[in-house]
Each structure stands twice: as structure tokens, then as C-alpha cells.
Design a protein. Structure first.
Length: 229
């Protein structure tokens, strides 16, 4: 019926406006801002390092409480949200681990306990050029030494880590490579995946499916729907 066609057109218009609004908000967002609910930001020196080369990485270390430490790898100033992968999570449930995960876990635990130059060298050897420790914003802050303060002290006392920036948001350390070369992860796998023929086939197939779906969904001229019995 004519009324149903009008409803579909209005719905399509609303969805188009919503999509355009979300796209405009994304374009207007500051490029250097993090994907988080608070105002924490990496220092400018860390942002410049990450933007200089796609292979550059920064390791974020934080201690939620004494005896616990968490870590994450950043390859952009916006954070690692884009790296979330359901396939990777399923692999972890099945007992699989990423290459180097044990090394990072042991190094993070060692730096939480004491100053450890070997742990810093292991982190640098995996391609990380910096370590960032965010400021502790829990209730313990301002009441003596916090777990993150202990992390900062231990990393500062370790060879191979140079404290280059510290502010109310956190502390950033630059890691020096034992070989003297620029630190970065091996991008050979990423380059192979980007040049893969199967990747191009998958992208073209996805595009054709979406195009066919849109063509089928378009209202046909002169079509008013069948009559209801």
C-alpha cells in the first residue's frame, strides 16, 4: 500500500540521518584523543613515537592492586580497541596464546616486584619502544605509595629505560635497544596479510553482497504491495 511505502521511505531517511550524524561526530573527534571514558592521554613524546612508524609499539603497565599487574600494547594514540578479536578470544579459551605473551607476563611481574634490567631488555627485544604507566586514580592515591608508583620506581631503577615524561596522567619511559637500532615489531606478517589474494577476494565478495542487498531493498517503481486478504 502507499502508506507502507511512505513508512519505509521515512525509516530509510531516519537511518541515513543517523549514519551521517555518527560519521560527522567521528570526523570531528580529535585525532589524538584516546578511546576511553576519562581524560587520560599519552604524553606528546609517546604519540609522536607511535605516529612515526607503523611498527612502533608502546607497552602500558598498570597494577590494579599489590600483587597484580596488567599490560596492553598500543600501536596508536587512540588505544588498542580496534585490535579486539573474537577469534583471538576463542583461541585463548582453547588454551592458545599469542607469541611472546609469556615473556610479557613474566617481564611485567618482574618489574612489579623489583627493578629488573633483564625484564626491560626482554620488552625492548619484543619490539616495544616505550613503557607507559598511568597514574593511579583509585582511592589509594594521595595516601602513600600506590602499586603504580612502585612500578614507576622499579622501571626507573632498571637499565635500558629512560623516564622522559611524567604528569598527572602518568609516566612514560623510552626503551633503548641493545643493538642501537630503532625499536619496532616485525611487520612481515601484516604485510603478507595485506597483500594476500584471499583478502582481496573476501573484500570484493563482501562489497558485492552488500551492493546486492541494497539493490534488493530499494523500492521498485510502481510497486505498491499486494492486497491483504
Amino acid at each position: 500500500m502507499g502508506g507502507g511505502r511512505i513508512v519505509r521511505l521515512l525509516l530509510g531517511l531516519v537511518l541515513t540521518l543517523v549514519t551521517a550524524g555518527v560519521a560527522a561526530a567521528g570526523l570531528a573527534a580529535p585525532v589524538g584523543g584516546p578511546l576511553s571514558a576519562d581524560d587520560r592521554q599519552l604524553p606528546a613524546v609517546a604519540v609522536d613515537y607511535l605516529n612515526k612508524d607503523p611498527s612502533h609499539r608502546v607497552l602500558v603497565l598498570t597494577s590494579p592492586s599489590h600483587g597484580r599487574v596488567a599490560y596492553a600494547g598500543l600501536h596508536t594514540a587512540r588505544g588498542d580497541l580496534i585490535d579486539a578479536s573474537p577469534a583471538l578470544r576463542a583461541q585463548r579459551v582453547n588454551g592458545g596464546q599469542m607469541a611472546g605473551q609469556d615473556v610479557l607476563s613474566r617481564s611485567a611481574a618482574a618489574l612489579m616486584a623489583n627493578a629488573d634490567s633483564k625484564a626491560v631488555a626482554a620488552v625492548s627485544g619484543m619490539g616495544f619502544g616505550g613503557i607507559y604507566v598511568p597514574a593511579d586514580r583509585s582511592g589509594a592515591a594521595g595516601m602513600g605509595s600506590t602499586p603504580n608508583d612502585d612500578l614507576v620506581s622499579n622501571i626507573t631503577a632498571s637499565d635500558g629505560a629512560q623516564q622522559v615524561a611524567t604528569n598527572a596522567q602518568g609516566t612514560y619511559f623510552r626503551l633503548s635497544s641493545q643493538s642501537g637500532r630503532d625499536v619496532g615489531v616485525n611487520m612481515a606478517g601484516a604485510h603478507r596479510a595485506a597483500a594476500s589474494t584471499w583478502r582481496r577476494i573476501w573484500l570484493w565478495t563482501l562489497g558485492l553482497v552488500l551492493l546486492g542487498y541494497c539493490l534488493v531493498a530499494l523500492p521498485r517503481p510502481g510497486y505498491f504491495g499486494g492486497e491483504q486478504l
